[in-house]
Design a protein around this ligand. Structure first.
Ligand code: 3UK
Length: 529
């Protein structure tokens, strides 16, 4: 199980592009983008032109090329074009700020940056501080070199006269292929180095085995391509089987998401829990049609049972929750169609093994909460220039996920929070996730976050920050009701001793609640008292 054949000399671009031409799919739609359709022949030509243009700039094997791109054909051509000529693309979060890009460009020593025009404003002010960056290529809606900002190259002009043919670089299956930066709770982001053989491993073991993806599928990922999650969903999964991907460059708001689904009729829909909640909260959905979708997928954070149920009741399609990570590249534990246990992450994906261990790395009995370790051949080789972090995280064949899990007697794995966000109340572990999931099932609650807070005896107890749904007003009665509600649903010691009604919660770019920011805020508040 899980062994995926890739020869010793192997360039990943051949699996995801050339193989489709060889299978006779050259004229088949690979990408739907606005009113454009790009066939697999078009993708191959654009990839090779981009690879040739990088070679002409003097970019060498193993040099890094940062991609700061909206979901678009240029993303696809840049990603596979760089891989093809042996350079290393780094798909990068488009929601960050100039100082973040300064760090990422200098840390990676990228020699070229390919950036969407609207995002260039975050690069222009830091150009002087970029020690290694030589070339900036701007993807604009406008054509003509004269329109590119000063000191940049215009993408369309850049590739226009290049040859559509390019032999793949002579890379090995274990060569670096691409990097993805992953941010922890502390310190700078870490560049996770993925190898040439990693994508095919996830495509075969998760996309084909678990989702049953095939050439008749059409994918749409609300999560953008620069996320490890979106990169599989919207690019190398569909390309692995010669399916079609729908790329949407805009903001993932409920209205455009529903419009894209209704218009392009995807069969596989990939999203994150926060966006599912937003889609469910949208007011009038009568004009939208999701009947094309055979499966929905959720990852990035745990999908509460209540969301699964509401979505199923509304759209009559299951959401398969699965957990993945940037380091492991894609989903390694997942629910399966018609075998979903809502609220769980599902079962281990073929090609991966899980261990749940205590603080001394001793295997725990079934049913006990412990640290999740994973083994599987899509795991990154190491973190770039972060030897200590690499050794802390990757131990032989195993990688520490930083997640708390338990496994039930049927092999379903249940997420219990991050190891760094767990709290104890009265000496007993409380999972903030469990308390949150309970609160969310209350009809007045839209979103919430739970952290540990010191009470007057300096003992940790749970505190909840609650965003109410539109039309619900904060009141002492509601506060009391929510406490009782939780006390009645789960163990009494878990109920939030304090509830603060708020209008927003601090979140990462991926939509994960930043509990540490709430803890910081509470600490500052206590100091000031
Ligand atoms: C958490 C989940 C509970 C968990 C990702 C799918 O999220 C992805 O990667 P990141 O590096 O974060 C990894 C961490 O996020 N998490 C993700 N999914 C779930 N927790 N239930 C889930 N379903 O703490 C994990 O360690 O941003 C997701 C595919 C590829 C990915 N990189």
């Amino acid at each position: 199980m899980g062994a995926v054949a890739s020869p010793e000399r192997y360039n990943a671009s051949t699996t995801f592009v050339d193989a489709n031409l060889e299978a006779g799919r050259g004229d088949k739609a690979a990408i739907l983008y606005g009113d454009q359709t790009l066939t697999y022949n078009d993708v191959a030509a654009m990839m090779n032109r981009t690879g040739n243009a990088l070679l002409k700039l003097g970019v060498q094997m193993e040099q890094r090329v940062m991609l700061l791109l909206l979901d678009s054909p240029e993303f696809v051509a840049s990603f596979f074009g760089a891989i093809r000529m042996g350079a290393i693309p780094i798909p990068t979060n488009t929601l960050l700020r100039a100082p973040d890009y300064e760090y990422l460009l200098n840390d990676s020593r990228a020699v070229a940056l390919i950036v969407s025009e609207p995002l260039y404003a975050n690069i222009a002010p830091i150009r002087e501080k970029l020690k290694w960056l030589k070339h900036v290529i701007v993807v604009g809606s406008s054509t003509g070199a004269q329109n590119a900002p000063a000191g940049t190259i215009q993408f369309a002009e850049w590739i226009k006269n290049e040859s559509p043919e390019l032999a793949p670089a002579d890379t090995a299956r274990d060569d670096a292929c691409f990097w993805l930066y992953s941010s922890g709770t502390t310190g700078f982001p870490k560049g996770a180095v993925h190898l040439q053989h990693d994508m095919i491993y996830c495509a075969e073991n998760y996309a084909r085995s678990v989702l049953g993806i095939n050439e008749n599928d059409r994918t749409f990922s609300v999560a953008k391509l620069f996320f490890a999650y979106g990169l599989g969903n919207g690019l190398y999964f569909p390309f692995y089987v010669g399916a079609t991907t729908v790329l949407y460059p805009g903001r993932p708001e409920p209205k455009p998401i529903y419009e894209v689904v209704t218009k392009y009729k995807p069969t596989l829909f990939f999203c994150v829990p926060t966006a599912y909640a937003g889609l469910l909260a949208a007011e009038d959905t009568s004009a939208y049609d999701l009947s094309s979708v055979r499966l929905c997928v959720s990852a990035g954070e745990a999908l509460p049972k209540a969301l699964f149920d509401k979505w199923y009741a509304k759209w009559n399609v299951e959401i398969l929750d699965g957990i993945g990570s940037t380091e492991i590249l894609h989903i390694f534990i997942s629910n399966r169609a018609k075998e979903v246990r809502p609220g769980s992450s599902g079962k281990i994906v073929p090609g991966y093994d899980a261990r749940i261990v205590d603080e001394e790395d001793r295997e725990l009995p079934q049913g006990e909460v412990g640290n999740l370790l994973i083994r599987g051949d899509s795991t990154c080789a190491y973190y770039w220039n972060k030897h200590a972090k690499t050794k802390e995280t990757i131990v032989g064949e195993w990688i520490r996920t930083g997640d708390k899990y338990l496994v039930d007697k049927d092999g379903y794995l249940w997420y219990q929070g991050r190891s760094d966000d767990m709290l104890k109340a009265g000496g007993i572990w409380v999972s903030p996730v469990e308390v949150e999931a309970t609160l969310i099932s209350h009809p007045a609650v839209l979103e919430c976050a739970v952290i540990g807070l010191m009470d007057k005896d300096e003992l940790i107890k749970p505190k909840a920050f609650v965003i109410l749904k539109q039309g619900c007003a904060p009141s002492p009665e509601l506060e009391a009701e929510l406490k009782t509600f939780v006390k009645d649903k789960i163990a009494a010691y878990k109920y939030p001793r304090w509830i603060e009604f708020v209008s927003e919660l601090p979140k990462t770019a991926t939509g994960k609640i930043q509990r540490f920011k709430l803890r910081q805020r509470e600490a500052e508040f206590a100091k000031g008292m």
